[in-house]
Ligand binder design. Structure first.
Ligand code: SF4
Length: 348
């Protein structure tokens, strides 16, 4: 297996880690329940809980090194940063405000509730779980984010991901993301925001407030499946929101998560990914991760072959169309820990 394949396999199956190093966030932005590790040139957010406990992959300690059973390659486990020990003046631990993702991305869910959660939640989503577990706070204020971002920057954080639950039906959370991005300007760190499709004026507000990149996540590209998986959202709004975002944020700065393993058909997936890439949107292809406590907790994670094929296809299309995720300034695409799409692109 090459490194990108090893990464894909770990993203799909997870890895069995010695218990004393099996730390990882159990909720929050992006695929949760993972531990960050580096294998060769690849940064991986590898699942370590739930289904990962049955994974054929395991990491063992040999002296001071960690070794993966597959290919016997060395694994570097990313250590928690020092700022996790700090607290704000009002006694809120920094790690309840934002976490370090991958190697150098400070990430947070600015508002940890969602108007869709009780009535029509997205089936894979665990946004309110970390609030329930007490590992985060409901609303991270701009001042709190600035304080934590400054500390994180001193320890090497190089960019920020801001996501949010859908706050209302009008700006859908864009206002609080804009407020946060504006506060973070003082750090000089590039900022990525993630929001549902919103009106052009909100996209412009986000850009004017200091956001450098945007993710508008369709999650699944099949209309009928989308209606089942994300019943509260409107499929028809994504294309125009991507187009407007590309005009506002510029080329290579607009992305969308595409989850693999929700029950989609291969041909439909390919044609839609190709359509997105031809528009200029970066498809951030990620294996669906069943999280405990969500509606899909009992579903199986997708097979390696399916995820590999789809991720490689997205990478090939980006190469063909000149879409370059390595030019993306901030956020999940720059971090890269949850998807092998950049790793495959590098090999082409
Ligand atoms: S790609 Fe990086 S920043 Fe985005 S959710 Fe995954 S670990 Fe977090």
């Amino acid at each position: 297996m090459n490194q990108a394949d090893v990464k894909t396999a770990l993203l799909c199956s997870g890895v069995h880690l010695p218990e004393d190093v099996r730390t990882g966030r159990k909720g929050g932005a992006g695929p949760a329940g993972g531990r960050y590790m580096v294998i060769g040139n690849c940064v991986v957010n590898a699942p370590v809980y739930g289904f990962a406990l049955e994974s054929p992959f395991s990491v063992k300690k040999e002296g001071t090194r960690y070794i993966l059973n597959e290919d016997s390659c060395e694994v570097i486990l990313v250590e928690d940063p020092h700022f996790y020990q700090l607290e704000t003046e009002d006694g809120t631990p920094y790690k309840k405000i934002a976490l370090l993702h991958g190697l150098d991305c400070l990430a947070t869910t600015v508002y940890q509730k969602c108007i869709r959660w009780r009535k029509e939640p997205c089936s894979f989503c665990g946004i309110e779980l970390s609030l329930k577990y007490g590992s985060t706070v409901l609303r991270k204020t701009p001042q709190q984010l600035l304080e934590v971002a400054q500390a994180a920057k001193n320890e090497g954080a190089a960019h920020v991901t801001l996501t949010t639950g859908t706050v209302n039906e009008t700006d859908k959370g864009a206002f609080i993301l804009a407020e946060s991005a504006s506060a973070l300007r003082r750090t000089g760190l590039p900022v990525h925001v993630q929001v549902e499709p919103v009106k052009r004026e909100w996209l412009e507000t986000l850009k004017d407030s200091g956001a450098d990149t945007i993710g508008i996540h369709i999650e699944t590209v099949e209309k009928d499946l989308f209606r089942k998986i994300c019943p509260g959202k409107d499929f028809s709004q994504f294309e125009s929101a991507w187009k407007e975002s590309l005009e506002i944020f510029g080329e290579n700065q607009v992305s969308s998560y595409i989850l693999v393993g929700l029950g989609e058909k291969e041909e439909k997936m390919d044609s839609q990914i190709e359509k997105m890439v031809r528009m200029g949107v970066i498809p951030y292809v990620v294996p669906f991760r069943p999280l405990s406590g969500t509606m899909m907790e009992r579903c199986a994670p997708p097979p390696f072959d399916v995820v590999r094929r789809c991720t490689l296809f997205a990478a090939e299309k980006m190469k063909e169309c000149g879409v370059n995720p390595f030019k993306n300034k901030a956020g999940c695409v720059r971090c890269g820990a949850c998807s092998s799409v950049k790793d495959y692109l590098e090999m082409l």
